[in-house]
Write a protein that binds this ligand. Structure first.
Ligand code: F6P
Length: 323
């Protein structure tokens, strides 16, 4: 019987985390379950810093980016001493279920924590990178890709006016999923992602045909691509084709902020609601996701095993559309 839930957000923040927090709290309150929110992710769990979350505590947050619970990438939690302290605090506070909203590092942490406690843990996939197994869209991804295409459309205006080549770096330290969709949606001429073997050398050979056309070109590069980042790519282009007027733009943390999209808010709410239901129904050590509009439960150990494979259709699509 679940009477009290602990809740935290961990790792990089993502738009929609607040909508998820709101859904967890309101679903719990509706079912007469108390909620305490630990601040700054695992740091708050180690230091026992938390706030009680009532129905009103989560008013007016569904539209806000970031996380009202704050977040952190906790170094201390990777040491056994930190985890032991976190486990003790959960027991001390009589928490009988824990909801973690975060990405792959946060769920690796959850796996370690679950070895020390009997309390069930469930996760809500929150990261802009979309690099978790067991959900179509992680919380934050839809908003982030919309932020990116807004930026790419604007860059296209200036690129067109000057007939320039732009190399744009987007987030995704381990995955090119932000890059892939935004390259398709913005009509980019080239894409460099860790999942594909289209490295700088193949880009340079593809660029040969661009010499005859005087028009703007956009190359989207994922942060984690083996080419070494946008500046490196731009340098290689300039060395090979000094005639191109090349500019670089690194979109950076702008991708993590902003008001969540409508789809994001609904998706995050559904995930939060299902996380509480999962605890009530005896689930543990699983990530809650949505696949084909249905709730899906994936063991943490599998959720963190993102493989470097792209959707074949999308891969072929970008190849054809950018040729
Ligand atoms: O949350 C994941 C992510 O957005 C990555 O794509 C990026 O590399 C990283 O966060 C940046 O994290 P930080 O803000 O901690 O430097």
């Amino acid at each position: 019987m679940i009477k009290k839930i602990g809740l935290l957000t961990s790792g990089g923040d993502s738009p929609g985390m607040n909508a998820c927090i709101r859904a967890v709290v309101r679903t719990a309150v509706y079912n007469n379950i108390e909620v305490i929110g630990f601040l700054k992710g695992y740091e708050g769990l180690i230091d026992n810093v938390f706030v009680e979350l009532k129905r009103e505590s989560v008013s007016g947050i569904i539209q806000k980016g970031g996380t009202i619970l704050k977040t952190a990438r906790s170094e201390r939690f990777w040491k056994e001493e930190g985890r032991m302290q976190a486990a003790k605090n959960l027991e001390k506070n009589n928490v009988d279920g824990l909801v973690i909203i975060g990405g792959d590092g946060s769920f690796q942490g959850a796996i370690e924590l679950s070895k020390l406690i009997a309390i069930p843990i469930v996760g809500c996939a929150g990261t802009i990178d979309n690099d978790l197994v067991g959900t179509d869209f992680t919380i934050g991804y839809d908003t982030a890709i919309n932020t990116v295409i807004d930026a790419l459309d604007k860059i296209r205006d200036t690129a067109d006016s000057h007939d320039r080549v732009f190399v744009i770096e987007v987030m995704g330290k381990d995955a090119g999923l932000i890059a892939l969709r935004t390259a398709i949606a913005s009509g980019a001429e080239a894409l460099l992602v860790p999942e594909l073997k289209n490295d700088s050398a193949s880009l340079i050979s593809k660029m040969k045909q661009w010499r005859s056309t005087k028009s703007s070109k956009i190359i989207v590069v994922a942060e984690g691509d083996q080419s070494g980042g946008a500046f490196k790519v731009a340098e290689t282009i300039t060395t090979n084709y000094p005639e191109f007027d090349v500019r670089v733009s690194i979109l950076g943390h702008i991708q993590r902020g902003g008001n969540p999209t409508c789809m994001e808010r609904v998706n995050a709410s559904l995930v939060g609601f299902n996380a509480v239901k999962a605890l009530m129904n005896g689930h543990k050590n699983e990530m809650i996701g949505i696949i084909n509009k249905q709730v899906a439960y994936t063991p943490f150990a599998k959720a963190v095993k993102h493989n470097l494979k792209l959707n074949k259709d999308l891969e072929e699509l970008i190849e054809i559309l950018s040729s």
